[in-house]
Design a binder for this molecule. Structure first.
Ligand code: C5P
Length: 299
């Protein structure tokens, strides 16, 4: 089957050979680096919040003799190869369960790539969840979360979804029950930022300050206090190299955002607004960037 045929096919219904699901992005609300670990990773604390910006993933099971895992995508920045975390998810699930079938994974990409929105990690989690059903693996969610942590630090969050406190590398998750209502404006500069580069260039002196010590209390803080209490330690590293990011953040604050921050290791920034109309008005001031209006998603 050609790539175009796959992308165009009307695959609206789930069946015994195909599953189609939305694969949502996340933002980080605050990110605090705790320490560098002996394994090279960093222990951190962050709030992961799933948002209403998504890719669409279709998994088609195939039992032909080659039993390949193939990736099809409409975004050239998203690798259609073994480098894709979605490929790694399918491969890992197959090795773990002994499944012999192959699959075609079609990624209809909307989430900006390399943007701190977890698009690749979300796709990997979506593939684990879909193929677990399609291949009748019957793994419990807790087992999928363990497999997810082998693929990347953010992948377990996307198996769980909603809002959660992440600790450790980001893979130790505590769901945070809340239904906070706000509107978000996502600004996506074209820069693709390597997460590895950001962590390698962390300056621990700059990350020490007296901000909030426990993010899980953030839902008790009034919106207007978020700005003084929650911060992303990775901003320093990225803002030093990309000076326009500071200007974007300031412009979000001056256009009525109650909170503005870079998501994860960048490059996306977001502003949060009490009123949808304010988010829409702010969006008009960022015409030179790719932008999205979003809402938080809760499970
Ligand atoms: O886990 P993931 O593959 O997404 O991480 C990409 C890179 O980011 C890692 O190789 C590591 O250098 C860095 N990282 C880190 N501490 C974390 C998460 C990521 O140092 N908690």
């Amino acid at each position: 089957m050609s790539k175009d045929l796959l992308m165009d096919s009307k695959l609206n219904e789930n069946s015994s050979t195909q599953r189609q699901i939305f694969s949502f992005a996340k933002i980080n609300i605050g990110l605090r680096i705790i320490r560098k670990r002996p394994d090279g990773y960093h222990d951190l604390e962050t709030i992961f919040q799933e948002i209403s910006v998504s890719d669409r993933i279709t998994c088609l099971s195939n039992s032909n003799s080659i039993a390949e895992i193939r990736i099809f995508t409409n975004n050239p920045q998203c690798p259609a190869s073994q480098k894709n975390l979605a490929f790694q998810a399918a491969d890992l699930l197959r090795k773990f369960t002994g499944e012999k079938k192959g699959c075609d994974i079609i990624i209809d990409k909307k989430i900006p790539v390399g943007a701190g929105l977890g698009g690749g990690s979300s796709n990997a989690a979506s593939v684990l969840v879909s193929l677990n059903k399609l291949w009748d693996c019957n793994l419990a969610n807790s087992e999928l979360v363990k497999l997810a942590s082998q693929i990347g630090s953010d992948v377990p969050f996307f198996v769980v979804g909603g809002c959660a406190l992440g600790r450790g590398r980001g893979e130790i998750l505590t769901p945070i029950k809340n239904r906070l209502k706000y509107w978000g404006l996502l600004i996506s500069p074209s820069a693709i930022i390597s997460t590895k580069w950001v962590y390698e260039n962390l300056n621990f002196d700059l990350t020490k300050r007296g901000k909030m010590s426990k993010f899980d209390g953030f839902i008790q803080i009034d919106f207007e206090e978020w700005q003084n209490n929650i911060q992303n330690d990775l901003e320093n590293v990225v803002f030093r190299k990309h000076q326009e990011f500071q200007a974007i953040k300031e412009k979000l604050y001056s256009s009525r955002a109650f909170y503005a921050q870079m998501s994860g290791s960048g490059s996306s920034l977001y502003g949060l607004f009490v009123k949808r109309d304010d988010a829409l008005a702010a969006q008009k001031l960022f015409k030179e960037y790719k932008t999205f209006i979003f809402k938080p998603r809760y499970v």
